[in-house]
Design a protein around this ligand. Structure first.
Ligand code: B3K
Ligand code: ZN
Length: 877
């Protein structure tokens, strides 16, 4: 596939003002008639040919202003339609195509999921429905008529408001017409047709508009949709309160389907969801499922303003809608739940998904400047790092100026397809500051490393902080510039007291935020009456790796006393990681390193004294860094087996030391209250289950007994899954019995069976490879359903470091085989699975060679999709 470059952007030669679509839904031959009103774009080239995109289309009929076109006036293929000399005035094009929704295994364009017709058009799926200028800067007003058999599809949904509906007597068919008054790009187009169960309510906006909000799910699953409906109403209220943004149509529909390539899609007025992010009940969803549902419902709803009302000029600007919308959904969840715990969870995700990406062959800037396949750029960098960049803006400018900038953005760019420059210009104007240097965050890939050292001078009562930053090279970017980093900080004195921050006048420090924008600097603080412990990057104020010369003792002071809960957690994590890295080294020479006495004491004190007060936070503290966290910190010549041994040993030794406290906590947290999915109840479950996991590490027999009891007695999926996860780590009949019981209980529900598949795929034992191969033959498994593929294969490749990275290369081979098999069916999911190889260069040489061979085998295969070709080539690059 050719390379598309940001610098080559130019406006289209033609515009499409209105689109009238007519769908005649049929499982195998759906006829689509599109009436497009076009005109030359004043910003385009005069007399240019009209080049419409297509993908696997069949053209039945083509007319210009009502008249069939001469055969030599156009060229048509499944991949495009070109009018050689279109009129240089407004004209109408009528295009009739047919598509086969049942045969559509790519799940892009119009497809069927469990008999339900639905669409996915982002990024370039609309061209699989009709020929079109399929790019985000072409905004049109859509009217959509959908016709279908009443029996098959009693519910017919489209974008916008319902304009008409009726029966077609004698045919068994009916139709509905939808009109969307808001001009939009084709990627936001959607229709749905099928038999669905609905939950709905009337939502009244702050200005009094009554909106019918509804969630539609597969038949029989209505009870599992109420939580999502509640989350939707809360999201709508929050966006009014926090951003002043109101909804703008009479209806808002959410449809959940079971075959979906991604989490969900923000189509205007008609969000379509992977049912994993809608369906929840006490017996079927874990607390993290509830939290994810709330977050994804909010995310897609928030796109209505950040993405839909203001869209992207081109796909290079993807982070304009995605980073900003992730930031908004993070803030929403922080307000609805616990802000520090949400921040910790988000930073864990950022490090696990984005830092890894940034450190490997697939690294790219938040705003990439070239791509071959845009679907491969819906990444953690665009989404999560994109959100961090928006967060830094807010931290730097303060809440009020940030809100002013957002208001300006909404006011000025509403109804347009905008760029990152447009976005930043609003904050520059609102603050009166230049953001030119700051904008490098969008252009420069890689995770900066911030190094800090501090010097206290008792005599002058000054504290000097030396800061340095550098960013390692990434593909295509050997040289890196210093970036603008907001460093939220404090100097922590006796008892956790924040000492006043008095600096020289020219130091940019506001509300405890230091702006660091050079390669190196020194900041001197005056009137520092005692030797402080610096607490830097409070709340993780910049997405960087940092290395500070604090002793374990100093870090444990921050753990027990910092006023910033994020840094409390961070401090103890840093100590744990340090000891785990040393432990890994020790394992390689056949030794074992116990955790330091001080660490054990600090954790014991914390667990005994404070854990219960904020259970969700305590659960985060008591969850050790993962094997992947340790591997990332080690960074090269990684031996996953040594990491696993070191982590196991550390977990066992810590747990042994904490055992009496853990047992007491375990009893205290036992709850007899009725189940509620709220954050504080979830926090208590999380802590109790983290405790169970540790008890099992210290005393497997007791752990197995407790977990088996918990599994059998569980009245909710969180406890059931946590118990099963603990059992899964203890080989023997106990675990196999529990796994069999789970399969028998939930055999009828693939979404729940995904948990069972994923859990087994992540067991860190050599037998897991055969287990995974066996599960691929299980009746519940099918490669064509993205959730199944991700649960089994994705969890194995991304969530089982020792077994995916097996020294004999069999883990790599399994993934390569699956990717090659899946690619012809669903290239997007195949390419996504293949990104598991992004860490291959970090491995020790033996494993590295095996990984390279497997990747090369994929790259050398014939007939690969653009998606897989691109990932394979960049991974090897
Ligand atoms: N915008 C969609 C993602 C589309 C992915 C296309 N490959 C969901 C979201 O980010 O909200
Ligand atoms: Zn999004």
């Amino acid at each position: 596939p050719p390379v598309i470059r940001l610098e080559d952007y130019r406006p289209t030669d033609y515009l499409i003002d209105t689109v009238d679509l007519d769908f005649n839904l049929d499982p195998n031959v759906t006829k689509v008639t599109a009436l497009l009103s076009l005109r030359p774009n004043p910003l385009g080239r005069p007399n240019a040919p009209l080049v419409l995109d297509g993908d696997e289309l069949l053209l039945n009929d083509l007319r210009l202003d009502g008249t069939p076109l001469d055969a030599n006036a156009y060229t048509a293929s499944p991949q495009g339609l070109t009018l050689h000399a279109p009129p240089q005035r407004p004209f109408e094009l009528r295009i009739e195509t047919s598509v086969n929704p049942t045969a559509n295994t790519k799940l892009m364009g119009l497809f069927r999921s469990n008999g339900i017709y639905c669409t996915q058009c982002e990024a370039e799926g609309f061209r699989r429905i009709t020929y079109f200028l399929d790019r985000p800067d072409v905004l049109s007003v859509y009217t959509t008529r959908i016709e279908a058999a009443v029996e098959e599809a009693p519910l017919l949904l489209g974008n916008g408001n319902r304009a008409d509906a009726g029966l077609m007597p004698g045919t068994g068919r009916h139709f509905v017409v939808w009109h969307d008054p808001h001009p939009k790009p084709a990627y936001l187009f959607a229709i749905v047709g099928g038999r669905l169960d609905t939950v709905s309510e009337v939502y009244t906006t702050q200005s009094g508009r009554r909106v019918d909000i509804a969630i539609h799910v597969e038949q029989g699953k209505r009870e599992r949709a109420t939580y999502a409906l509640d989350a939707l109403a809360r999201s709508m209220r929050w966006d009014e309160r926090v951003f002043g943004r109101e909804y703008d149509l009479d209806v808002f529909n959410v449809v959940a389907v079971s075959d979906f390539n991604m989490g969900a899609m923000e189509n205007k007025g008609l969000n379509i969801f992977n049912d994993k992010y809608v369906l929840a009940s006490q017996d079927t969803a874990t607390d993290s499922d509830y939290a994810n549902i709330e977050a994804v419902i909010a995310h897609e709803y928030f796109h209505n303003w950040t993405g839909n009302r203001i869209t992207c000029r081109d796909w290079f600007q993807l982070c304009l809608k995605e980073g900003l919308t992730v930031f908004r959904d993070h803030e929403f969840s922080a307000d609805e739940r616990s802000r520090p715990v949400k921040r910790i969870a988000d930073v864990r995700t950022l490090r696990a998904a984005q830092f890894v990406e940034d450190a490997g062959p697939l690294a790219h800037p938040v705003r990439p400047n070239r791509y071959r396949e845009i679907n491969n750029f819906y990444t953690a960098t665009v989404y999560e790092k994109g959100a961090e960049v928006v967060r830094m803006l807010k931290t730097m400018l303060g809440d009020d100026v940030f809100r002013k900038g957002m208001d300006l953005y909404f006011e000025r760019f509403d109804g347009t397809a905008a760029t990152i420059e447009d976005f930043l210009s609003c904050f520059a104007e609102a603050s009166g500051r230049s953001l030119d240097h700051f904008s490098e965050w969008y252009a420069q890939a890689g995770t900066p490393i911030l190094t800090a050292s501090g010097f206290y001078d008792e005599v002058s009562r000054t504290y000097r902080l030396d800061l340095r930053q550098s960013t390692p090279p990434t593909p295509g970017q050997p040289e890196k510039k210093p970036l603008v980093m907001p460093i939220a900080m404090g100097l922590v004195g006796e008892g956790g007291r924040d000492l006043p921050l008095v600096t020289d006048n020219d130091v940019a420090l506001h509300d405890g935020v230091l702006i660091f924008d050079e390669a190196a600097t020194s900041v001197t603080f005056h009137n520092v009456t005692e030797k402080p412990v610096p607490s830097l990057l409070r709340g993780f104020s910049a997405p960087v790796r940092y290395d500070i010369d604090l002793s374990d003792d100093e870090l444990l002071v921050l753990f027990s006393a910092d006023s910033d809960p994020f840094n409390q957690w961070q401090a103890v994590q840093t100590v744990l990681i340090r000891q785990l890295i040393k432990g890994t080294e020790a394992v390689k020479t056949g030794r074992s390193l116990p955790p330091s006495d001080r660490l054990v004491r600090a954790l014991a004190e914390f667990t005994a004294a404070t854990a219960e007060q904020d259970a969700a936070f305590a659960a985060q503290v008591l969850t050790l860094p993962t094997e992947s966290d340790i591997a990332r910190e080690i960074g090269r010549d990684v031996d996953p087996d040594a990491i696993l041994s070191a982590r196991r040993a550390m977990k066992r030794q810590l747990s042994e030391a904490l055992l009496p406290t853990l047992e007491r906590l375990h009893i205290k947290l036992a709850s007899s209250d009725a189940f509620s999915p709220d954050a504080s109840s979830a926090g208590r479950r999380a802590l109790r289950n983290a405790g169970l996991d540790l008890i099992a590490a210290a005393d497997p027999e007791r752990g197995e007994q407790l977990a088996a009891e918990r599994y059998a007695a569980a009245d909710n999926m969180t406890d059931r899954m946590a118990a099963l996860a603990t059992l899964a780590l203890i080989p023997g009949a106990g675990r196999e019995d529990a796994l069999a019981d789970f399969a028998a209980r939930f055999a009828h529900d693939p979404l729940i069976m995904d948990k069972w598949l994923a859990l087994q795929a992540m067991i860190p034992e050599p037998q897991t490879l055969d287990r995974v191969k066996g599960l691929m033959q299980h009746p519940i498994f099918t490669l064509t359903n993205p959730n199944r593929a991700r649960a089994l294969i994705g969890s194995f490749a991304m969530g089982n470091p020792t077994q995916f990275n097996r020294i004999d290369g069999a883990g790599f081979d399994l993934l390569a085989d699956v990717v090659l098999k899946l690619d012809p069916l669903n290239p997007q999911v195949a390419a996504r699975l293949l990104t598991a190889f992004r860490t291959w260069r970090m491995l020790e040489p033996g494993r590295r060679l095996k990984a390279e061979a497997a990747l090369k085998r994929v790259a050398a295969a014939g007939n690969l999709s653009p998606d897989v070709t691109d990932i394979a080539a960049r991974s090897l690059g």
